[in-house]
Design a protein. Structure first.
Lengths: 301, 167, 422
């Protein structure tokens, strides 16, 4: 009896030790110094200037290796006294989707598996604007606009009371002083709670490592904006943070062939956005949810 | 004394000229893109300087046949906008001549609300920088609306998003 | 200091002895454990594939961004909360038949919470970054984010449901009287804690204004009602299995099972009543927000994948309610077991896929995507269920001999003295 008990105990001990050793081996071997650094990287808002610089250098190296282009990653902070807002004139949108693809190019989206698009153009039957349940996202006619339909592009509305910021369990997304809601892609844990919380489907998820064709890469990026992301992090429209903080129009504004899209600084009384809000009939989507979006839809007059 | 008076008069006239040019819609106050002219058309005076102006309202059959006028053609025709004597300029209602780069002033005479909005940047298209000293480009009316046939042509839309695979 | 050293020595000695206990067993025990380990191994392989490729290996996408994993998580948190239905009769009302089995119930709650936590972890896109959620080490968004609350609540409840039973078992092993002044506060706290974990889980859905299917005040009460049906139903079945297969003839009185089933009857009534309240509100006022309900119960624009599932769940729940309501069917073990099975499956459908998926259909911009879990998600889910069952089996393998008095320190000393050479 005693012998049997001894051998069984011995057996369990050996088994547990081997399993432990076996499991730890792959863990230890795959832990290079760089991976360890990646693992321990701090939240962007808690980094010192030097740490940010180091992270940027590391990323630029990595992007150079991966895409063969020299990247300029900016960490430019918000311009003081700015609160960015967007205007979209619904009387003019023809649903051509040029904004969608201009955004895809400017912001280094994954082109396939998964295909990420920050702007979604909805086609609605005339007579119906607010109930989005009957919208069509996949319309594919020969030419647009089609008779009897209107087009409603939707993207992140950069809410002043963003529900996504409220629900993120790790503070990976926050609202910058100039009103843009940003994501620290290296801090996001991929729980997708923010995607469930967004009433506008403004946020998308990188379900796999992004597939960006090397020749279409845009190398002037912002750390919180359009730098190439990694798998299993959330991203969203950032009002082209890499452009607007330098005073340049976002890519979708420049791409629209009918002049539907407008952009400006709400705190500047001479800006286009203030002109629109003062003189046009503006409304915002799902205002009853209290999110206070800064994306104003309007009609002529 | 005479010289002094002459200087003062000239000085006042000079200042007056500057002032007037500031008060009226100054030429080229917007950084517009070059007008969308057909290749080789401008300057129009290369042909029209020698041709006699025929002010009869008609449909053009010999030249400029590719231009289809669908812009209040019941009420106006070519020479209501293009100056008859100087084809390199456009003609405003009050007789003032403007360059093609200022054509928005002509459009604005009838389309006042759109002109006001265009000046504020709310109608039409602007690209480039809106803040600071970076280059910016304002599109002329003519860049989006062909002045002879202003109605927007339908476009071929970009591809639909990939539909999520049916499980 | 000496006392601490002594306690540590005792605990280590106890732990070593439990390892031998766990390693020895009947053929059925070995077959059960090894088949569970096989399932876990296969699930691990599938999970590695998901870890490599990213979550694109599942059938989730931007439209339905939470699927089978979170459905199971919701169900299991409810099952764990059900331990409170054993704790209250034992420690507050001193109902003897349940008092004997409450420790096993708490260990069941602990295994359930472990499964729930595992489901959240496999659902995370970046599991290597989960340390970002640890308070003070990472940057936990407390108190704004309900997920942060959930992490704290679940881990706290797990801690309680390990501390209490293990403390009582170890004391019983050494035939010492537990220090009730020490342990009773923990026990009493675990009662509101059980309600809290499931309320927090309900709130994390409830607070999303973007999802009208979830943004209903009735959600937290509904969660608790369905939890108090499904959890005890699992407990009833498990305890009967234990009664049958345990080599130590664990005495679980039928009265305990009947008392629990009585509580299930009340909870199921509440569940059905709250469900009818929701259905009335949606179908009478008929706002746009009825869309998700329509998708679930009737089908929306031709998409009706979940319709047969939810109607089977409703039928199962109602039949089970009737079985539990009538004392004759409730007090007969065959019908009782049938009712329990119906509730376990019915509530799983209602609370898992029948709750998580309609929240995403239609999505905030009106798009409809019908989600079915793919093989990878199914295998990983089976693996986690197998993990929970394995953990529970091993815990029972130690707890039952202690409870029945076969595995005690005095018994061990007797054996040692018997074999010690004179």
């Amino acid at each position: 009896m005693e012998n049997r008990r001894y051998t069984r105990r011995e057996f369990i001990r050996n088994l547990s030790l081997t399993t432990f050793a076996g499991l730890s081996l792959p863990l230890l071997s795959s832990c290079t110094k760089e991976e360890a650094e990646d693992f321990l990287q701090k939240h962007f808002r808690e980094m010192t200037k030097e740490e940010k610089k180091r992270v940027i250098e590391k990323l630029e190296q990595r992007y150079l290796q991966k895409y063969g282009r020299k990247f300029q990653i900016s960490t430019q902070e918000a311009v003081p006294d700015t609160l960015w807002a967007y205007g979209l004139e619904l009387s003019r949108c023809i649903g051509c989707r040029r904004c969608v693809y201009a955004c895809v190019k400017e912001n280094n989206h994954s082109r396939h598996d998964p295909q990420l698009q920050w702007i979604r153009v909805l086609r609605l039957k005339r007579g119906n604007l607010i109930n989005l349940e009957n919208s069509d996202h996949y319309y594919d006619p020969e030419i647009v606009p089609e008779k009897g339909f209107i087009y409603l592009p939707v993207q992140c509305q950069q809410c002043q009371e963003p529900p996504c910021v409220k629900v993120c369990p790790v503070h990976a997304t926050w609202q910058e002083p100039d009103g843009i809601v940003v994501v620290d892609y290296n801090w996001c844990i991929g729980c997708r709670y923010c995607i469930a919380a967004c009433p506008y489907k403004g946020r998308v998820f990188n379900w796999a490592e992004p597939n960006i064709p090397k020749e279409e890469i845009n190398p002037s990026v912002h750390y919180l904006g359009n730098r190439p992301r990694m798998k299993c992090a959330v991203d969203k429209c950032t009002f082209c943070i890499q452009r607007v903080r330098n005073g340049r129009y976002p890519a979708c504004v420049e791409a629209c062939p009918t002049g539907t899209r407008k952009f400006g600084n709400l705190l500047d009384p001479n800006s286009e956005m203030r002109y629109i809000i003062d003189r046009k009939r503006v409304f915002r989507l799902k205002e009853d949810l209290g999110t206070e979006p800064k994306f104003y839809y309007f009609f002529e007059a | 004394m005479e010289k002094v008076t002459k200087a003062i008069v000239l000085g006042v006239l000079f200042l007056g000229a500057c002032f007037t040019s500031l008060v009226s819609d100054a030429a080229e106050e917007f950084p517009v893109a070059p007008p969308p002219m057909t290749e080789g058309m401008f300057p129009c005076s290369s042909c029209h300087a020698t041709l006699e102006a025929n002010r009869k309202k008609r449909e053009l059959k010999e030249e400029h046949t590719q231009i289809k006028l669908h812009h209040a053609e019941a009420m106006r025709w070519c020479l209501d906008c293009h100056d008859a004597k100087n084809r390199d300029k456009l003609r405003l209602y009050n007789g003032e001549m403007i360059n093609f780069t200022e054509s928005y002033r002509l459009c604005g005479e009838c389309h006042g609300p759109q002109y006001r909005d265009w000046r504020a940047g709310v109608h039409g298209k602007r690209t480039g920088y809106f803040m600071g000293s970076g280059k910016r480009t304002y599109f002329l009316c003519a860049h989006c609306h062909d002045p002879h046939e202003p109605k927007f042509k339908p476009l071929k839309p970009e591809p639909q998003p990939v539909k999520p695979k049916d499980p | 200091m000496e006392k601490l050293q002594e306690t540590l020595n005792e605990t280590w000695h106890f732990y070593r002895r439990t390892l031998t206990l766990v390693a020895r067993g009947s053929k059925l025990y070995y077959a059960w454990c090894f088949s569970l380990m096989a399932i876990i191994a296969v699930a691990l392989l599938f999970y590695m594939r998901q870890h490599d490729l990213g979550l694109i290996a599942t059938n989730m996408n931007d439209q339905v961004s939470w699927g089978l994993y979170i459905a199971n998580f919701t169900y299991l948190v409810g099952a764990a909360a059900a331990a409170v239905l054993l704790v209250i009769p034992s420690y507050v009302y001193h109902f003897k038949p349940i008092k004997e089995i409450v420790v096993l119930g708490e260990l069941f709650a602990a295994s359930s919470i472990v499964m729930a936590i595992l489901f959240v972890m496999v659902d995370l896109g970046r599991i290597d970054r989960f340390w970002h959620m640890i308070p003070f080490v990472g940057s936990m968004n407390f108190p704004q984010s309900l997920l942060a609350w959930d992490v704290l609540a679940l881990n706290g409840y797990l801690f309680l449901n390990l501390l209490i039973p293990i403390y009582l078992l170890v004391k019983f092993y050494y035939r010492k009287e537990p220090n009730w002044k020490f342990i009773l506060p923990f026990i009493l706290i675990s009662i509101p804690m059980a309600v809290a974990i499931h309320t927090v889980t309900a709130f994390l859905y409830n607070g999303l204004a973007a999802r009208p299917f979830w943004n209903a005040s009735i959600l937290a009460p509904r969660f608790l009602a369905s939890a108090f049906c499904s959890g005890p139903a699992i407990i009833i079945i498990i305890f009967q299995i234990i009664r049958k297969v345990s080599a130590h003839h664990m005495e679980i009185e039928d009265d305990a099972l009947f008392k629990i089933s009585e509580l299930i009857a009340y909870a199921m009534f509440l569940n059905l009543f709250l469900l009818s309240a929701e259905i009335f509100k949606e179908y009478y006022s008929q706002t746009v927000h009825i869309a998700s309900f329509r998708y679930l119960f009737e089908g929306l624009h031709g998409h009706k994948q979940l319709v047969p599932w939810i109607w089977s769940a409703m039928t199962m729940n109602i039949i089970a309610f009737i079985i539990f309501l009538i004392p004759q069917t409730r007090k007969r073990l065959t019908t009782l077991n049938f009712g329990c099975l119906l509730i376990i499956i019915g509530v799983w459908i209602e609370k898992g896929p029948g709750f998580v998926i309609p929240g995403f259909v239609p999505d905030p911009l009106g798009e409809i995507y019908e989600y079915i879990p793919n093989l990878l998600e199914l295998m990983v889910s089976f693996g986690i269920w197998a993990t929970g069952l394995l953990i529970f089996t091993l815990l029972m393998k130690v707890a039952i001999p202690i409870e029945t008095g076969k595995f005690t320190h005095t018994e061990y000393e007797k054996e040692i003295t018997a074999f010690r050479p004179h």
